[in-house]
Design a protein around this ligand. Structure first.
Ligand code: ADP
Ligand code: ADP
Length: 224
């Protein structure tokens, strides 16, 4: 089974009201194990909505979402939260690291919340930070890091609990082109070394072309 399977996803905001807006119109999408899919869409096309539905942060009006073969349709919040926590990693355009904690602690804390011992969590966090080239910044707080370093730490945090599926919304959207390149390479290195499946929204067509497959979201529907 695919790691992510979306079938017939429809979503409107303000349903039934004069200001109703239909954002997604019957989206079908499978992301296979180890596959990295680029989601290319103009601003306002509904990509954040699609990523939130795929990551169980929002529910569709119609259609089904399955993660790791488990259909989440109609499941209770507790079950959705458990799958989200164990199986899904999120990355955003802005890092959202905890400002009062070091880079290392930002990668350790989600593991502690998942019941991992502090020692094991620290070892894993250092390995991840090292893999993306920021191990030497481990004791620094986010404010002391460059934008590219902050984003690389955020990738480590997203992967800290070894999710099956990574959902990224413009992960390099806030960076200059040169930094984007370094940070994207670091992300792809992490993803490929773990065999993770990913759906990565980007405006950057050059980066999109380096993923396994590109899909376009246009007027609420996917095109090849
Ligand atoms: P993208 O991420 O592609 O920019 P979004 O998924 O954020 O697009 O939004 C798609 C459309 O849905 C936009 O027109 C946006 O204004 C609208 N929209 C998003 N969230 C809401 C909401 N909570 N209520 C009403 N409209 C919304
Ligand atoms: P709880 O209130 O039990 O912590 P939540 O639903 O708030 O449960 O969060 C469950 C998981 O989903 C957590 O790992 C949290 O970090 C993540 N999460 C919640 N909301 C968001 C969001 N808007 N973006 C990304 N991750 C989120």
């Amino acid at each position: 089974h695919p790691v992510l399977s979306l079938s017939g996803i429809t979503k409107s905001y303000n349903s039934g009201k004069p200001n109703e807006v239909t954002v997604l119109r019957g989206i079908d999408l499978d992301v296979a194990r180890g596959e990295v899919v680029a989601l290319v869409a103009p601003s306002g096309a509904g990509k954040s909505t699609l990523l939130h539905i795929a990551g169980l942060l929002d529910t569709p009006d119609k259609g089904t979402v399955a993660i790791g073969g488990a259909d989440m349709t109609g499941k209770r919040d507790a079950a959705r939260t458990a799958v989200r926590r164990d199986d899904v990693g999120f990355i955003y355009q802005f890092h959202h690291l905890l400002p009062e904690f070091s880079a290392l602690e930002n990668v350790v804390l989600p593991q502690l919340a998942n019941g991992i011992s502090r020692q094991a969590a620290q070892t894993r966090a250092m390995e991840l930070l090292d893999q993306v080239g920021v191990a030497q910044r481990a004791t620094h707080r986010p404010a002391a890091l460059s934008g590219g370093e902050q984003q690389r730490v955020a990738f480590c945090r997203a992967l800290a609990n070894a999710p099956k599926l990574l959902l990224a919304d413009e992960p390099t959207g806030n960076l200059d082109p040169e930094t984007s390149e370094t940070v994207f390479a670091a992300l792809m290195g992490l993803v490929r070394s773990t065999g993770l499946s990913a759906l990565i929204a980007t405006h950057n067509l050059e980066l999109a072309a380096r993923m396994d497959r590109q899909i376009r979201l246009d007027q609420g529907a996917l095109t090849g």
